[in-house]
Design a protein. Structure first.
Length: 716
């Protein structure tokens, strides 16, 4: 039998493969789940014109009915069978079209085709209709209602030509450019970096419609790019005028009555130790001998909540931000500058109000007694870490005796902490030297020294003491509401994968047993790897195998620090949880009853979320500066190590400066490579060459794309 000719082209129709025909039939049902179709209509929609194709369609319809995918609503008429499954949860939009729905009940993610998304945005809370699962295929759903919008603002570069304007964004959740009518441009010009809000996305339109919220500057300008990173993560890049004005009205004078209510430490040797470029000094240390020969070490923390009252305009702004954000070239503070760098900052030779924890220690750093109190202090000296380190190494300089004694005590505190099961993470940080325009001139790696560890140990000690005071209760008494910093034990699956990876380097890692046993095994691994080429990679993967620390009103302890009680008390200038802890402490020290837990529970969730968001923005700024730094080095060759493996290529971290880039899989052109997720590698099909996580490689810098914050490498 001759095939029917195509009426328009005269060409013969190619036979449809069964999978393609099945997909076409499903598309008909899923594009309009409430409509019913008979065989004749399906044949017309999928273009089945020959008798063979029509027979195929009838057979597929029978299979779909048998599988429960479609239901017969009247003789010969079928409709998609949703089985009445309606669920609510969060929509995840991806620019590659692989959208998904995460149900509230914690079930598996369900695929949502773009045609069934109702233009829901990433993070939206949605209600979906879940389709019946077809044999051998994953689940699928259709958005029927957007309950709550999460994100409608995007950052990108304006393309303006005559009367047509679009925002081009590299956002991984949106593949479509945003169309902007001329009357919604707000003076935006071609190549401007802009913040744009989606105001409408018509059902049949390919592109959403948007309006310019703010012009951030010209693309490529440092300020514009840093503001764009903040805006991309929903973080503020300007301070509201009313908050600044409220801060300006705060009286910075300390009256005699306030001093009389506090312990006076102004005559005790006191100093701060901070990064060289720091301006907000929220902690200071004091040290003196007691009459009975012990050491009195004071950890003095800026009394921020004395000045920032609950639910004030400053407090509401601080809660919304929840944390200061540290980009490569700037700090975006949680509090107005007048407070964080002025009134609250423990600047030298100025009387300051503090919340303090005072420890009585013996020469072995054993705690004989401690107390929490409100104080007034006067710092005598502001040290940079490098200056304090010079005193430790040389034994000479200002506050020589105090610094050397505190260093000796800190070493003993640290030793005991690790003996009790703390994990010894001591990672190096990437730091940039930038010029006045923000251009990176050099990259260097910062590692903790004794001065860093001295301050760390006494801050840990104070945080733990505060948490124990609030958390420990006599048997039979109800627990008090408090804000804890918690850290859960490692995820078993991640730990198994990590153990399998390090085994390739000849290391062994325990994956079961008590928390203390796991910690000892991790510390032994990190110690053995120290100084070897794979050390940084192993430490990075060790961190990834851990759970993320977070804030909670439910205390489960801090696994990484091996503390049963832990909180954040020592940085109220830059962290809102510390402010909550200060207020709860004040309440309990005054004999107050435990407040309702629900409010603090919600605050903890918000602060944990904002902490992660700030960390992502900080990493994005580092990535941008790395790409900017390497843009002058295109064509140069470097040694590196494979730091990540994905189906699209290999991530390589350069040994010299820790900048990371991608070797796209298309550039591995000596073979066809397949991704082996379980073994962290790409494996050649013919030649069997393996590129594995941790392997040394030599690469050439191929390109530096600042818009995408991506370096591309070529294998050298």
């Amino acid at each position: 039998m001759k095939r029917k000719q195509n009426e328009k082209t005269g060409r013969k129709k190619k036979p449809l493969k069964k999978d393609a025909l099945l997909h076409a039939v499903l598309n008909v049902f899923q594009s309009n789940p409430r409509a019913a179709y008979n065989c004749r209509q399906l044949n017309s929609y999928v273009g089945a014109q020959t008798q063979a194709h029509k027979t195929q369609v009838a057979g597929l319809l029978s299979d779909l009915f048998y599988d429960g995918i479609v239901a017969e609503v009247s003789p010969g008429r079928f409709r998609l069978n949703s089985l009445g499954t309606v669920a609510t949860g969060v929509f995840q939009r991806r620019s590659n079209g692989k959208n998904s729905f995460l149900p509230d009940d914690g079930g598996e993610a369900v695929f949502v085709a773009e045609r069934n998304s109702r233009h829901a945005m990433d993070g939206d809370r949605v209600r979906v209709q879940v389709f019946a699962r077809r044999r051998g295929a994953g689940g699928e759903a259709e958005v029927v209602d957007v309950i709550e919008r999460k994100k409608s603002v995007f950052v990108g570069r304006l393309h303006v030509h005559r009367d047509v304007a679009f925002l081009v964004t590299e956002d991984k959740t949106l593949a479509n450019d945003i169309f902007i009518p001329p009357d919604m441009l707000k003076g935006g010009r071609n190549n401007d970096k802009a913040l744009v809000r989606i105001v409408e996305w018509p059902e049949n339109a390919k592109n959403p419609l948007g309006e310019v919220v703010d012009i951030l500057g010209v693309a490529g300008d440092n300020n514009a790019e840093m503001h764009a990173i903040l805006a991309e993560y929903g973080l503020p890049y300007v301070y509201p005028q009313d908050v600044e004005e409220a801060a300006a009205r705060i009286d910075d004078a300390i009256d005699a009555d306030e001093i009389a209510r506090r312990e006076d430490f102004r005559s005790v040797p006191t100093f701060t130790v901070d990064p060289r470029d720091a301006k907000d000094f929220d902690d200071a240390l004091s040290l003196r001998r007691t009459a009975d020969g012990f050491w009195e070490a004071g950890v003095h923390i800026a009394d921020v909540t004395h000045y920032v009252r609950p639910d004030s305009v400053i407090d509401r702004e601080a809660y919304g931000r929840a944390t200061s954000v540290y980009l490569v070239d700037r700090t975006v503070p949680m509090l107005p500058e007048r407070l964080c760098n002025g009134i609250c900052s423990l600047r030298p030779d100025e009387d300051k109000l503090c919340f303090s924890v005072i420890f009585i220690l013996d020469d072995d750093a054993s705690i004989r007694a401690s107390r929490i109190c409100r104080t007034v202090v006067r710092s005598r000296r502001r040290f940079a870490y490098e200056e304090a380190q010079a005193v430790i190494e040389s034994g000479k300089g200002d506050f020589r005796d105090e610094i050397l004694t505190l260093d000796r005590l800190a070493r003993q505190l640290r030793r005991v902490r690790f003996e009790n099961g703390a994990i010894d993470f001591d990672r190096c940080e990437v730091k940039f030297d930038v010029d006045e325009r923000g251009k990176p001139l050099a990259v260097h790696l910062h590692e903790s020294n004794d001065a860093n560890r001295l301050i760390e140990e006494f801050m840990l000690l104070a945080n733990r003491a505060v948490a124990e005071y609030a958390g420990r209760q006599p048997r039979g008494r109800a627990k008090r509401t408090f804000v804890y910093r918690i850290h859960e034990t490692p995820d078993p699956d991640r730990l198994e994968n990590f153990a399998a990876f390090v085994q390739r380097f000849g290391y062994k890692l325990k994956t079961n047993g008590s928390g203390a046993e796991l910690t000892r095994s991790i510390n032994a691994l990190l110690d053995k790897a120290k100084g070897r080429p794979e050390a940084n990679l192993i430490e990075t993967l060790a961190v990834r195998s851990m759970q993320k620390a977070r804030y909670s009103t439910d205390n489960i302890g801090h696994y990484g620090l091996a503390f049963a009680y832990y909180t954040h008390f020592t940085s109220p200038i830059r962290r809102y949880p510390d402010m909550m802890v200060h207020r709860l402490l004040e309440h309990y020290l005054a004999g107050g009853r435990s407040p309702a837990r629900e409010y603090y529970h919600d605050c903890c969730d918000h602060c944990s979320e904002m902490e992660q968001t700030a960390a992502m923005a900080e990493r994005a700024s580092i990535k941008y500066k790395q790409v900017e730094f390497m843009s002058d080095r295109v064509g140069q060759t470097y040694d590196g190590v494979i730091s990540g493996v994905a189906e699209w290529g290999l991530y390589v971290e350069l040994n010299e400066n820790k900048c990371e880039g991608l070797i796209p899989i298309r550039h591995l052109d000596d073979d066809f490579y397949e991704f082996d997720e379980k073994n962290y590698c790409l494996r050649g099909v013919r030649r069997k060459r393996v590129y594995q996580l941790g392997d040394p490689v030599t690469v050439t810098v191929a390109s530096a794309n600042l818009e995408r914050k991506q370096l591309d490498f070529l294998p050298a």
